[in-house]
Ligand binder design. Structure first.
Ligand code: ATP
Ligand code: SKM
Ligand code: MG
Length: 178
């Protein structure tokens, strides 16, 4: 029997559109969206507060818990947080899923991040320099996990989602024909 690709997992740097494109893609495929950051916020409160009160290590543990729960659940589009690839256990658990890397350039990130202060990893005087440094650290992980890579700076979130849907393996679980 052909193996089934249970989940479509979106990875990439902050502001690459994992949440926004994830929503569109889930709608296109008729699958639920599991947004790991949103799950953490719903259960544990704002990300800035989690970092401030308990530190990044605690946040990463919550993030791992959300990822494991999503992977164990029904087929879904999973919008990860940008740092999910830091934990080697997460990387091992993601291997085997359809993993879509969303790529954007720094100018696009700067435009999208605007005055948004909800990402503690970018706190400080120069958020876009921080964004670039963080991406440089993680880029290798995104690309080695990815089974599909898309330019997520070109087009609307809906257009990026359509471009992904067109490239999904034929055995991807969907409730609608993409
Ligand atoms: N293709 C797109 N075109 C225009 N705006 C976009 C696009 N994709 C995302 N955005 C906007 O950019 C901002 C960041 O997107 P989003 O929150 O989806 O990124 P993310 O990858 O989930 O970031 P994080 O890693 O912090 O969760 C949002 O305001 C979103 O609406
Ligand atoms: O790239 C990161 O490390 C992060 C990205 C966001 O999605 C959140 O998960 C959080 O702000 C940390
Ligand atoms: Mg997001």
């Amino acid at each position: 029997m052909t193996p089934v690709n249970a989940h479509v997992v979106l990875v990439g740097p902050m502001a690459s559109g994992k949440s926004a494109v994830g929503r569109e893609l889930a709608g296109l495929l008729g699958l639920p969206l599991s947004d790991l950051d949103a799950g953490i916020v719903a259960r544990h409160g704002a990300i800035t507060q989690i970092f401030a009160r308990h530190g990044e290590e605690h946040f990463r543990a919550l993030e791992r818990g959300e990822l494991l729960a999503a992977l164990a659940g029904e087929p879904a589009v999973i919008a990860t947080g940008g740092g999910v690839v830091l934990d080697p256990r997460n990387r091992a658990d993601l291997a085997g899923s359809t993993v879509v890397e969303l790529q954007i350039d720094a100018a696009t990130a700067q435009r999208r991040l605007g005055q948004d202060s909800s990402r503690p990893i970018l706190a400080g005087p120069d958020p876009i320099a921080a964004w670039s440094a963080v991406l440089a650290d993680r880029a290798q992980h995104y690309s080695s996990l990815a089974t599909i890579t898309v330019d997520a700076a070109a087009g609307t979130a809906a257009e990026v989602a359509s471009a992904i849907a067109a490239r999904l393996p034929q055995n991807t679980v969907t409730r609608r024909t993409p």
